[in-house]
Write a protein of this length. Structure first.
Length: 275
């Protein structure tokens, strides 16, 4: 399906590149760490038959701007509000906001801070356990490894943040092809800024209890701890949230089973109030 890229300017002047495709009610898909314009591509292709899909590259991830200084969720919330406003403008209709992993944490922040143009919220496995002072040493390790371009040390620091089991790390490494150097550098830069924001954030899940927009929580039954425990707590925290756990799926479901994800989202969108 045809797509085109455009720029959206955030409140502080940061230029965000957004990929847009499809026709219908607007949907904003927010990528996780290490991602970019391509992250939701397989799911977006399915949804774009009856929805207008907006795929922003978050700040810190090319081709969007990489501002100087330390990033925070306040910065990214302002970015996402700007994207949501741009997505609403053509039709006047509020958006369905969807986030995966770090992008799900950002979607939670945005729905809490400024839900005016958010018709519904769908989040897949936000790493709410990976935040605050506990990960500050890992950020320091990652930054030092980044500065000396030590990819193995960067990966080790990230694994300590995400807590991916060693056997899964080994399986991913065995299947990886040689990465494109430009994309690998974009990913490394983006991870650095994401870790900065996470280190300033909190692991307090109770703060999400005041989210009032219709909410869908999504998870894979095979994702490693502490994600399942975190998701179970979140499901009891957000009032009236719907919670779907997919058997046989893990944190990589948007890539391994995009049709499953798209179908769940489409059904949820159809049932959301018009707004």
């Amino acid at each position: 399906m045809n797509s085109h890229d455009q720029s959206v300017e955030s409140a502080d002047g940061t230029r965000l590149v957004v990929r847009r495709l499809g026709v219908g009610d607007p949907v904003v898909l927010v990528h996780g760490s290490g991602g970019g314009l391509h992250s939701w591509a397989a799911v977006a292709e399915h949804l774009a038959h009856d929805h207008e899909i907006w795929l922003p590259a978050r700040r810190g991830y090319g081709p969007s701007d990489v501002p100087a200084g330390t990033k925070s969720f306040r910065d990214e919330t302002a970015d996402l509000v700007a994207v949501i406003e741009a997505a609403r403008r053509p039709s006047g209709r509020p958006v369905h906001l969807v986030g995966a992993s770090y992008g799900a944490t950002l979607a939670l922040h945005t729905a809490l801070a400024d839900p005016r143009d958010v018709r519904s919220l769908a989040i897949f496995e936000p790493p709410l356990f990976a935040a605050g002072a506990e990960i500050a040493p890992m950020l320091d390790r990652y930054r030092a490894a980044f500065q000396r371009d030590d990819t193995a040390a960067m990966a080790a620091a990230l694994n300590d943040v995400t807590r991916v089991p060693a056997e899964i790390v080994a399986a991913i490494a065995a299947g990886d092809r040689m990465p494109d150097p430009v994309e690998a550098r974009r990913s490394a830069v983006g991870w650095l800024h994401d870790l900065e924001a996470l280190a300033q954030d909190s692991t307090d899940i109770a703060r999400w209890s005041s989210i009032a927009v219709p909410t869908l929580l999504l998870a894979g039954a095979d994702t490693w701890e502490p994600m399942p425990t975190t998701m179970n707590v979140l499901a009891t925290t957000i009032p009236a949230a719907r919670y779907v756990v997919w058997p046989g799926q893990s944190h990589f479901v948007t890539m391994t089973a995009p049709t499953l994800v798209a179908d769940a989202l489409r059904q949820f969108f159809a049932e959301a109030p018009a707004g």
